[in-house]
Design a protein around this ligand. Structure first.
Ligand SMILES: Nc1ncnc2c1ncn2[C@@H]1O[C@H](COP(=O)(O)OP(=O)(O)OP(=O)(O)O)[C@@H](O)[C@H]1O
Ligand SMILES: [Zn+2]
Length: 497
């Protein structure tokens, strides 16, 4: 399925570029992962839905995928530059727990959210497991590229060619001036210099600290990603992803470290950036502004579920927008995505009902069917492939999938084969879930499904007996308990909470 070459937007060159694997037949991807000091908000999860979609497209194109989403469990300060406290230690103090327990708890919660969004399993290296390698990296570049201050070992950005070119690329679209936003630490040679090792201040102890040639302390956040990327994927690897905020500080700093590392290792390309393609997803925003954890209660996937929304409705909401466009979150938008998902799942159910043998088919045979698309469906398959190959145009790909679901003239098992193959790329589990899976009881619902169904049955009987007073009374009493009866709903949903 590689007729159309895959083109991806490279933030480094600001151009669409054809994906050319560095290692024949393979794709190696590193996605900046979460700082596990708190729950992830759904904006963060947009970054991983995007990364997962990229991974799935690469696999669909036939590449063997190695995909890393790291876990930052130390070293990320409350500001992305060099100011503030370590997010982990701060939360540990607030919750009166150890930083290690905090990290474990929120990593597990993060992984649960990934699974609920049907993000395929990835490698999740923890920064604290790579500290030795980070120190070795620091030692290797220290002489030529770093200097020591009381607070730590700093990277001198003037020692590498063209520092910040990634961020400057961003200035086209934004007001830019990323360097100007970096706060000054006394003694820094350049405003944009950043700590690769942060010393524990004299007289203090940190929960997470290690011995190093520059004293006891902890690694800098930017160094962590450089080191884990290099250790797990080798330089250069194919694609590095992150949210658009990383284009301004975190990724330029990673690139600077990578250049320094490659130079001191005798690699001749002084502009070696570590990864060939750098991709950035745009933000999920709220009407009130940027989504943030600092602002008290924030939007978590669990909150969506508590309100009765299936996590995959959120995945669909993400796929309905191009990853490089800003996406505004609203409950109405999520409701619309859930309705669309229901329609797709129900269309899938109808095709499955036409082909009873499908469920009995072994997986290999289903796969075989998914590779044998009948001629009449070729234009839709082509459209699907062309849109995803065009910098992951998922909104367009979704419409092709919907048309396949609706194309009545084709043999159901052939249709199912193609749906299965397309859905493997989009990850909506259309043929694995059914409409009842999508109806999630909100946390505050007063009735169980069985109770609702029993009431509705009673109402049906009353209506059959033309006892409209009883039927209306049942409807009103359900409404008082938060259940809306939906007579004649086109989707066949008889009630909603
Ligand atoms: N609103 C958002 N929409 C899309 N991606 C986001 C959003 N906010 C953060 N990201 C991305 O989520 C990933 C994880 O980010 P990170 O752990 O730094 O959390 P953060 O939300 O920026 O943290 P904090 O809220 O503490 O500032 C990064 O790739 C980041 O760019
Ligand atoms: Zn990172």
């Amino acid at each position: 399925m590689t007729e159309t070459p895959l083109k991806l937007f490279n933030s480094l060159t600001r151009q669409l570029e054809e994906f050319q694997p560095i290692h024949e037949g393979e794709a190696r991807v590193y996605s900046c992962g979460p700082t596990v000091y708190n729950y992830q908000h759904i904006g963060n999860m947009r970054a991983y839905v995007f990364a997962d979609t990229l991974g799935r497209v690469l696999q669909w194109k036939g590449y063997k995928l190695t995909h890393v989403i790291n876990i930052t469990d130390v070293g990320h300060l409350t500001s992305d530059a060099d100011e503030g406290e370590d997010k982990m230690e701060k939360m540990a103090a607030r919750e009166n727990k150890s930083a290690w327990d905090i990290a474990k708890f929120y990593q597990e919660d993060f992984e649960r959210d990934l699974a609920r969004l049907n993000v395929q399993p990835k490698q999740h290296p923890r920064a604290t497991e790579y500290v030795e390698a980070m120190i070795a990296w620091g030692e290797r570049i220290a002489d030529k590229h770093c200097y020591e201050l009381d607070s730590g070992l700093y990277f001198d950005v003037s020692t590498v060619a063209d520092y910040g070119r990634l961020a400057r690329a961003a200035t086209d679209a934004n007001d830019g001036d990323a360097e100007g936003r970096i706060d000054t630490v006394e003694g820094k040679r350049n405003q944009a210099d950043f700590a690769i090792w942060r010393k524990t201040p004299a007289g203090e102890t940190r929960q997470m600290e290690w011995d190093s040639p520059w004293g006891k302390g902890a690694p800098g956040w930017h160094l962590e990603c450089s080191v884990m990327g290099e250790k797990l994927l080798g330089f250069p690897f194919d694609i590095h992803t992150g949210g658009i905020d990383h284009r301004e500080i975190h990724h330029p700093n990673e690139i600077a470290q990578n250049q320094a590392y490659c130079c001191t290792n005798g690699l001749d390309d002084a502009r070696n950036s570590g990864a060939r393609i750098w991709m950035h997803n745009n933000f999920l925003v709220e009407r009130s502004g940027k989504m943030s954890k600092s602002a008290g209660e924030f939007l978590r996937l669990q909150l969506l579920v508590d309100k009765g929304y299936h996590p995959l409705a959120y995945r669909l909401m993400c796929l309905q927008a191009h990853y490089r466009s800003e996406l505004e979150f609203s409950w109405e938008g999520l409701q619309a995505a859930l309705t669309r998902l229901k329609r797709m799942v129900m269309a899938g159910e109808r095709v499955l009902a036409e082909d009873e043998s499908w469920h009995a088919l072994p997986m290999e045979e289903r796969r075989a069917k998914s590779l044998n698309t009948p001629k009449v469906l070729h234009p839709l398959l082509k459209r699907f492939e062309a849109s995803l190959s065009d910098d992951l145009n998922t909104p367009e790909a979704l419409t092709a999938l919907e048309e396949v679901l609706a194309s009545k003239k084709v043999d159901p098992s052939e249709r199912l084969g193609l749906v299965l193959s397309m859905d493997r790329v989009l990850g909506l589990n259309l043929l694995q879930i059914d409409r009842t899976d999508l109806r999630i009881r909100p946390k505050d619902a007063q009735l169980t499904e069985a109770e609702i169904e029993a009431e509705l049955q009673r109402r049906k009987e009353a209506r059959a007996a033309k006892d409209f007073a009883t039927s209306d009374a049942i409807r009103d009493s359900l409404a008082a308990k938060g259940v809306e009866v939906m007579d004649g709903d086109p989707l066949g949903w008889e009630w909603r909470l």
